[in-house]
Design a protein around this ligand. Structure first.
Ligand code: PLP
Length: 428
């Protein structure tokens, strides 16, 4: 049945629509941290539906909230007052740390970033944007224009002028050998140099930890140091928290808090995990910035009741069960366990990350050369062992990405680590 579906998929969907595995999976249901395919095989899910299943698959509170809301009304447009949207906006505004925070809901991370760009360019009257090398911000016309890797956005002819800043990738090249402080100093010098001969940019957009880029994490304080320079020029800081928000990084609720010396960003964008699989994205900005758009506008599906009901139930569960704390504890153990495996496994250059956002960089054994074939082979081997993981990192995707639901237990972390250990060992 799945084979037949693959043929139909290929006949009707775009060639560029990415699909994992030589023999792609058809996932039919999930529970907790596990999913099942159409043949009834069970997998431990260390990718959480690409970081969308933030708490757990089939979380009873979310299922109940969605079905109750569906029984009342799915959507009535935000042209009418919408109680769940106001309630979720209030919660997010309060959690954002942004003064006088306003929240605009979209249906995806891409659309959230588009809105942030529209706000920043309008507010600052500039269409120049600073973005990080190796970044990923989505697939709309403007989001591909600020994505710092052509492998993920091959045909961009964006209307924006984008300048790429150092600080996104550090795994190899001249920056790799620098200490954290020297790395930050070098990136700041690069930024200053860039600003010295360009039209005044509207904003810097950055993922606190690069997601698609392979879970590469800049040293703490990089964006605080950038911000001091940006502030001198009135340039806004947009934190793209699409992957890093909601406690995923364990230590902090938002990824930007690792850089917080100078307070919250001017604009935060979010999506992925907040709806636990329902399509919610959004932007938070202080009123002065959010209200700079002289428009009378809505997003037809942004803020619709059915998604907001899911978001409210999911967020309540996350906070009540301190899943951020769980991500810190279980993620910490998992990183430690994987570092021990890495030390004895050829071709594993680095295990990095925070909380339950863990990247494993693969190289050709005994060299410093990225090994995308190894990443694909480990993905297949892990699947054969009953574990789903992701990959990413640079256009040659040589990093494995682990981002299980934040409710992962210690036993499940151990189970996943054991499968991964044999998968890593099986390929050389
Ligand atoms: N920003 C980041 C950091 C992302 O990782 C992604 C998607 O992976 C996006 C934006 C785009 O979000 P979406 O796919 O929901 O449009």
């Amino acid at each position: 049945m799945t084979k037949d579906l693959l043929g139909r998929h290929r006949a009707v969907l775009p060639d560029w629509l990415a699909l994992y595995y030589e023999d792609p999976l058809e996932i039919t249901h999930g529970e907790g941290r596990y999913v099942w395919d159409a043949e009834g095989t069970r997998y431990l899910d260390f990718f959480g539906g690409i970081l969308t299943t933030m708490t757990a698959h089939a979380l009873p509170e979310v299922t109940k909230a969605v079905s109750e809301q569906a029984g009342r009304i799915l959507h009535s447009s935000t042209l009418y007052l919408n109680r769940p949207m106001v309630e979720l906006a209030e919660r997010i505004a309060q959690l954002s740390g942004i003064p006088d925070a306003r929240v605009f809901f979209t249906t995806s991370g891409t659309e959230a970033n588009d809105t942030a760009l529209m706000l920043a360019t309008t507010y600052r009257r500039s269409n120049t944007i600073l973005a990080m090398r190796n970044s990923y911000h989505g697939r709309s016309f403007s989001a591909v224009g600020i994505t710092g890797n052509r492998g993920w956005s091959p045909t961009s002819l964006s209307p924006l002028q984008t300048l790429y800043v150092h600080g996104g990738v550090r795994t190899r090249g001249p920056y790799a050998s620098l200490s954290d402080d020297d790395f930050i100093a070098a990136c700041v010098e690069d930024l200053k140099d860039l600003l010295g001969h360009t039209r005044p940019p509207a904003a810097l957009i950055a993922e606190p930890i690069q997601g698609v880029g392979g879970f590469t994490s800049p040293p703490d304080g990089l964006y605080a140091a950038f911000r001091e320079v940006l502030a001198e020029h009135g340039i806004l800081w947009i934190a793209d928290e699409v992957q890093t928000g909601w406690g995923r990084t364990g230590e902090h609720f938002w990824g930007w808090q690792a850089h917080a010396r100078s307070g919250p960003p001017d604009i935060v964008t979010f999506a992925k995990g907040i709806g636990n699989g329902m399509s919610i994205g959004g932007v938070v900005a202080r009123g002065e910035i959010m209200n700079c758009l002289d428009a009378n506008s809505i997003s037809t599906f942004g803020g619709t009741q059915i998604t907001m009901a899911a978001g409210l139930a999911n967020l309540a569960h996350l906070l009540e069960h301190d899943l951020q704390g769980n991500a810190r504890r279980v993620g910490g153990l998992l990183i430690e366990r994987l570092r021990a495996v890495a030390a004895q496994t050829p071709g594993v250059r680095e295990v990095r990350g925070r909380g339950l956002m863990i990247g494993i960089e693969l190289v050709k054994p005994g060299t410093d050369e990225a090994d995308p074939q190894a990443a694909s082979a480990v993905l297949e081997a892990a699947r054969a062992g009953g574990l789903l993981i992701g990959k990413g990192g640079g256009h040659n995707t040589s990093a494995l990405r682990l981002a299980p639901p934040l409710s992962l237990t210690v036993a499940e972390a151990e189970e996943g680590a054991a499968i991964l250990e044999s998968a890593l060992r099986s390929i050389h």
